[in-house]
Write a protein that binds this ligand. Structure first.
Ligand SMILES: *Cc1c(COP(=O)(O)O)cnc(C)c1O
Length: 372
């Protein structure tokens, strides 16, 4: 089966994990620190705080920023459920925002403006499929209203940009992302005081770390309500190895995406982001023709050994959210999500597999368009 995504793991990763075992220091040590530094530097920043998932990072960030009951946070509905869950964990209310268009399915700044109230405290943008949202537009939007700007950068790992533009950006290293630590995440930001609080908050709010106490710094105090969102040395060791390979993998993702784009030209299948080039090419979403039966297309591709998936069932239509907010309508998101299909894309793929997928897709659509 050709999978939608696959991690790349090999001898380098095995050696890195063995070295951690041999060191007998398995969490929050020198590898976590080295990974934080290396990842921050690769993204034009000086400081990073490693956590055990992107979800944990988003929650920790919102908690430290003081987002709580009565506050509203603008979020895209076309995202993974974690983006909104992090807001709910804080007792605040996620306010769902529509995408701009099916051609550029990123959160719309115009729609966000109409959904602002005096309770709006922050906005979380998401770089869908790896295509970066407009930095200037969102910075201005947030600054004008005094809102925190948070980048859910789960899809934007290794983006070739000079630095982050949000107050913070949170990245994911889950197994299906552009690089992996099995589970893991990273918070990047420029505000040192805030970064200090993230560092303390991921370890129960304790004022000293295990390493510091080992080095004779006495006992500890707890000065904030923290969490256990620590990263292990095993994860950090994987991260250091994977980070070295990231730009090569992202370049391969780009080549494969361009090949897909070319082979789908004139097929009646929509490929978003035709005019955007800056991307990490995390996934390859396409828009099926309105006439196509998506269930049949998925089944036909499966017959040919091709897995597909959706990005995403809109969060506001998931039962838990729908039950609490039945009135939310996001017409562009709903239309896009009803026709979207995500094709396989990962650096292990061969050119011939892209041809196989596009041929199968074209054939399936030709059949499904025939009158029965
Ligand atoms: C994967 C993902 C997350 C969650 O990341 P974890 O590291 O699994 O917690 C959050 N937001 C988006 C957009 C994602 O794709």
């Amino acid at each position: 089966m050709l999978l939608v995504s696959e991690p790349i793991l090999g001898e380098d990763e095995k050696a890195a994990l063995c070295a951690v075992i041999d060191s007998n220091w398995i969490t929050m040590g020198s590898r976590v620190q080295a990974f934080e530094k290396a990842f921050a530097t690769a993204h034009g920043m000086t400081e990073g705080v490693a956590v055990n998932s992107c979800t944990a990072g988003l929650h920790l960030a919102l908690a430290v920023l003081g987002v709580g009951p009565g506050d509203e946070v603008l979020v895209p509905s076309l995202s993974f459920v974690a983006t909104a869950n992090a807001v709910v964990y804080c007792g605040a209310t996620p306010v769902f925002v529509d995408i701009g268009s099916p051609e550029v399915p990123l959160m719309s700044v115009e729609d966000a403006a109409t959904r602002c109230t005096e309770r709006t405290k922050a906005v979380i943008v998401m770089h869908y499929a790896g295509y970066l949202v407009d930095a200037d537009e969102w910075r201005e939007f947030a600054d004008k209203r005094g809102l925190f700007l948070i980048e859910d950068s789960a899809h934007a790992v290794g983006a070739a940009r000079s630095r982050i533009f949000g107050d913070i950006a949170v990245f994911s290293f889950f197994g299906n992302k552009n690089m992996t630590t099995a589970e893991g995440g990273m918070i990047l930001g420029a505000n040192e005081k805030m970064m200090d609080e993230f560092r303390r908050g991921r370890g129960h709010g304790m004022t000293t770390s295990t390493v510091q106490r080992l080095n004779g710094q006495g006992t500890y105090d707890v000065t904030m309500l923290g969490f256990n969102y620590r990263m292990t040395e095993l994860s950090a060791a994987l991260g250091l190895v994977q980070l070295e390979k990231l730009s090569g993998w992202n370049a391969r993702r780009k080549t494969l995406s361009l090949q897909y784009r070319e082979l789908l030209t004139g097929s009646g299948i929509g490929v978003p982001f035709a005019t955007q080039s800056l991307s990490t090419h995390h996934i390859f979403p396409v828009l099926l023709p309105e006439s196509a039966d998506r269930g049949l297309v998925i089944a036909a591709l499966r017959q040919e050994g091709i897995q597909t998936s959706f990005h995403y069932p809109p969060i506001h239509l998931l039962s838990w959210y729908l039950d609490r907010n039945p009135g939310v309508r996001l017409p562009v998101t709903e239309m896009f999500a009803s026709r979207e299909l995500t094709l396989p894309l990962h650096p292990k793929m061969e050119d011939a597999q892209v041809e196989h997928v596009t041929r199968a897709l074209r054939r399936t659509l030709a059949h499904s368009a025939e009158p029965s």
